[in-house]
Design a binder for this molecule. Sequence first.
Ligand code: NAD
Length: 424
Amino acid sequence: MAVHAVSKVAEDLNPFRIAMHQFDTAAEKLKLDAGLREVLRTPRRALSLSLPIKMDSGAVKVFQGFRVQHNNARGPCKGGIRYHPNVSFDEVQALASWMTWKCATVNIPFGGAKGGIICDPHKLSKSELERLTRRYAYEISDFIGPDRDIPAPDVYTDAQVMAWIMDTYSMTRGHSVPGVVTGKPTFLGGSLGRHEATARGCVYVTRCACEVKNIDHKRATAAIQGFGNAGSIAAELLAKIGMTVIAASDSRGGIVNPKGLDIPKLVAHKSKTGSVAGFPGAKAISSNDVLELDCDVLIPAALENQITLTNAHRIKANVIAEAANGPTTPGADAILRDKGVLVIPDILANAGGVTVSYFEWVQDLQELFWDVEEVNRKLEKIMGKAFADVHECAKKFKTDMRTGAYVVAIDRVAKATESRGIWP
Ligand code: NAD
């Protein structure tokens, strides 16, 4: 009841304040000491960069970029780089803190970081994109490194961008340093299975959630918002385990067919036309409509703040697996909790990506590479254990999976911080 009263009030959509709220809710459950709370919620350091680039036309344009290192108590900072017109400092701070909690949720020895450049990569030529990436990489080169902070791909960055960063960083060191980034091409020290890892991890925990909710995944239906790396591969893997994917969307629109979409054909359509829109045999809907369809599993795999006070009460799925970072606001979380929806939070649902990034880093440092079966086996083990830890913790604290995941994660980072001590 209280929640519906809140829905009349304008919702705070600032991602960093949302991340702080999520942290505070769990810190309260853990009765965390006030000083330690302050240490853990504040980013360790942040860079704001002006990046002058010579455009193909000969004109000079200055772009703005960021790199935020949130925490390194458990190991080097780790986190992707986003190229998007809506990147902001607060978004990067939020994404950096989510990385800290994500790495701790799956118990891999990394802290959290994130980077971003305010730009629309679709409007840049390949050579402009390369110059922008190299300038950014050079500017952050004193702050990153295999033992300090290891970038990776995020929205609208890919293996090619990582290869440019690796090359630029290596030039500043005088030798090749493959371990400075993950998500590289496999022929440059990238890991087999990394490209699919976020979606694969998401599908593993979706299966766990279906078991908890007594849903037979072979008879279940799914809708997916966002059809990039995370969303499109999740669709392929869900279809492979027998789930019926009825709807998908991207930034240009959505499509639905209640009888199920032919995912390999949809992937081919998207790669040919650049969008899922116009897929033959499916009905056109808006990207937001995809969220509200009658289905068992909903996978938001685009951007933040998609499930909010405005639409949460219209969500019909029983399980939401957050492939995207920050798709659900705290107000929406409360509504979904009241409705009994099982939300697998981003810091668990999309942690497969950073987990295989960790494997990539380990392989680069050892200069010894694993086959894809070994990568996937290790990933499944880590995701299964993390789901069990979070589910157990949520039951123990009589809370939802998001707060359960934060409690697991904060407890691990707090213990590392306390035992290292505050220096000097
Ligand atoms: P991507 O660039 O490959 O794909 C993004 C997709 O979202 C595209 O299909 C784009 O069209 C779509 N999109 C953008 N705005 C949209 C809108 N308003 N409505 C519907 N679709 C929209 O990016 P990605 O790597 O798949 O990342 C997607 C999400 O997953 C992000 O939140 C990212 O932080 C998160 N994530 C990605 C990884 C990874 O390994 N790639 C790991 C963890 C989390």
